[in-house]
Ligand binder design. Structure first.
Ligand code: CA
Length: 646
């Protein structure tokens, strides 16, 4: 077994290739094929008319410097399918091109594609909407979005890229798209849209997977297209989706899974055996991903691969941000390099970067590298965000122990923790010492674990232990609203799982990665029955965007949070220095108890902007001595437009 021990700095110095032309570069005149395979003795290219037919031609590639094998074919090769036969140490393997930008059905063969021929109409003018005052990210799965019959999308397009771009004869978008646009979120984060392996692209629409099993990193997934066999179709339809989201005023974040592949026997492995994966000293593959293999971030060509892939999606598909799955398996050096490269190419702050600052298990990092875990925050660029599990669990309870409550649903002793979350953990907690709240992604639900509604239902069973997954219940609604109110008044980036705004349920399924679409999809009928909750989220979203003190991402923004106070278990308040010409101030209180709680405000005139029922009001507070009553399981936000005596 090749333990890969010779893949060290010396190897990288000799073979690392810095060019960004690996794969197939195809124009009307010629196609240039380039593969990095430093230890190959021979590389042969096979050409096909489609994804199934036998090869009609083959050519041996020329070896160049730095492990590169190259070949130029004259003429128009757009639409030609290809793969390679790579011979290393006497073993010959057939492989698709790990650097391919197109592929046939199920990604088994690559395709030469002239990318200029895949742009939908108007794509050259496509641009992201202007940078918003706050990043409010909506996590969405392509199939979940439109699979439900009430989505408003014609049946043949449900669950596909095309659902986003479809318009009726009057030019109106489907109901699901209207909902998304009307909510006011600023970014849509799409669960994996690159080509993944767990769904058979020739199979029926009853299949489902989240898609955290990459096959071809630089190609869109075929099962979301109307024709997975024509490599150009999935590219065009993916671009149409992004264009439609941009036209609806939404930025698009891509969920990228560079930490592992579908199988260790991947195109990367076959083209450079042993190089791209981590192994322990005894030669076994490491499994920090929990998915059977870890990509060896920290090696030069692994890092180049990831960086160039990110830049490719940003440039070719106009992707506006990247969410890194298990970022803790990648390195601080790589994450900073990606942020700085995106800044250099697209302008500082234009592309949003964040990820999961953890991993499923230990993994042998390359010598001299630092993993991008939570405790690495001070070494990461201050703008690289991290999902904040501490905020999440403080608000609604532990995500693994379903019966354990958080602040909003009966947990006790959590007031101080919730107040730390408010100022983006600027004081630090344990080894977690963020540089600025731009490093924080606040959330209470994501695709992993229980939906917020299911978690709340599990923590508060009804009479006889009944779990209110499907119906509504006033106490759960209040808890849900308070949970949203809290993270919408915390400094940092904001994130919600699609459907959280209408009490999304998966009927208690906490790991639905391959559950049927009927469990996973957004139920647009429920969106209607929970319309009041959606209205409340819509109001919170609009309110948040109007509050500069909470949106501030500078390192000193934490100083805007003052007079944080735990009044009693379950009741906290704080003030926010909004700045502005009149020195506006906010007073925010959370009451998680089941009783009214009266709080005296500082002197001056206050206006109620939000409570547990309505987050879009401008009611002057008329009360003796500035006492305000915060109702059970609800929040309250008041604004003081000018200070007394100012
Ligand atoms: Ca696929």
């Amino acid at each position: 077994m090749d333990k890969g021990t010779h893949y060290n700095k010396e190897f990288d110095r000799r073979y690392a290739y810095e060019g960004c032309d690996l794969g197939c570069t195809c124009t009307p005149d010629r196609a240039v094929f380039k593969l990095w395979s430093p230890e190959a003795a021979r590389v042969e290219l096979f050409l096909y008319r489609d994804g199934d037919a036998p090869a009609y031609a083959s050519r041996v590639l020329e070896q160049e410097e730095q492990g590169i094998w190259a070949l130029t074919l004259e003429g128009d090769c757009h639409g030609v399918y290809y793969d390679y036969e790579v011979t290393v140490a006497g073993n010959t393997a057939r492989t698709a091109d790990p650097y391919a930008s197109a592929c046939g059905c199920n990604g088994a063969r690559s395709m030469a594609v002239d990318l200029s021929r895949t742009d939908p109409e108007g794509f050259e003018e496509d641009a992201a909407p202007p940078l918003p005052p706050e990043n409010i990210i909506y996590e969405l799965h392509v199939k979940d979005f439109s699979h439900h019959p009430d989505s408003g999308v014609p049946e043949e397009l449900r669950g596909r890229f095309k659902a986003f771009a479809w318009r009726d004869q009057a030019g109106r978008p489907p109901l699901c798209m209207e909902h998304l646009k009307g909510l006011g979120v600023t970014h849509v984060q799409l669960l994996p849209i690159y080509d993944f392996g767990s769904v058979d692209e020739t199979g029926d629409g009853g299949q489902f997977n989240w898609g955290y099993d990459p096959m071809n990193y630089n190609v869109p997934e075929g099962s979301y297209s109307t024709d997975p066999c024509d490599g150009a179709v999935r590219i065009r339809e993916c671009k149409e989706m992004i264009q439609a989201l941009h036209r609806s005023g939404l930025r698009v974040v891509m969920d990228v899974v560079y930490n592992h592949t579908y199988a260790a026997d991947s195109w990367l492995e076959r083209s450079a055996p042993g190089y791209y994966y981590r192994r322990w000293a005894d030669g076994t593959l490491s499994n920090g991903s929990g998915c059977g293999n870890d990509i060896a971030a920290g090696r030069a060509m692994v890092d180049n691969y990831i960086l160039h892939s990110v830049l490719y999606w940003a440039r070719e598909y106009h992707i506006d941000g990247f969410r890194f799955d298990l970022m803790g398996l990648l390195t601080v050096e790589l994450m900073n390099r990606i942020q700085w490269a995106l800044d250099a190419v697209f302008g500082k702050g234009e592309k949003l970067i964040y990820g999961e600052p953890w991993r499923a298990a230990d993994s042998p990092m390359e010598p001299g590298t630092i993993s991008a875990m939570k405790d690495s925050a001070p070494r990461l660029d201050p703008r690289i965000g991290m999902f904040c599990d501490t905020t999440r669990d403080a608000i609604k309870g532990d995500c693994f122990h379903c019966e354990q409550p958080g602040f909003v649903n009966g947990g006790s002793g959590l007031g101080e923790t919730v107040l730390c979350a408010v100022s983006g953990w600027m004081g630090g907690v344990g080894d977690f010492k963020p540089l600025a709240c731009s490093q924080i992604v606040n959330y209470v639900s994501a695709h992993d674990n229980y939906t917020l509604w299911d978690k709340l239902a599990l923590c508060s069973p009804g009479p006889g232990g009944a779990l209110a997954y499907e119906g509504s219940r006033a106490d759960l609604l209040a808890q849900n609203k308070l949970a949203a109110f809290i993270y919408f008044t915390c400094q940092g980036n904001l994130f919600l799982q699609a459907g959280e705004e209408f009490g999304r349920t998966k009927l208690g399924d906490h790991n639905s990665y391959r559950s049927p679409p009927e469990v996973n999809r957004l139920d647009w009928h429920r969106a209607w029955t929970f319309g009041g909750l959606t209205d409340y989220y819509r109001q919170l979203i609009r309110l948040r965007k109007s509050l500069p003190g909470l949106c501030d991402k500078r390192p000193e923004a934490g100083r805007r949070i003052v007079k944080a106070n735990v009044h009693r278990d379950g009741v906290v308040s704080f003030q926010v220095e909004e700045g502005g010409p009149c020195g506006e101030r906010l007073f925010v209180a959370y009451n998680a108890t089941s009783h009214d709680y009266a709080i005296q405000l500082p002197s001056g005139r206050w206006t109620i902007r939000a409570d547990g029922v309505n987050a879009d009001q401008h009611e002057p507070l008329i009360a003796h001595g500035n006492w305000v009553t915060v109702h059970p399981r609800s929040g309250m936000l008041l604004m003081q437009l000018e200070r007394p005596g100012a």
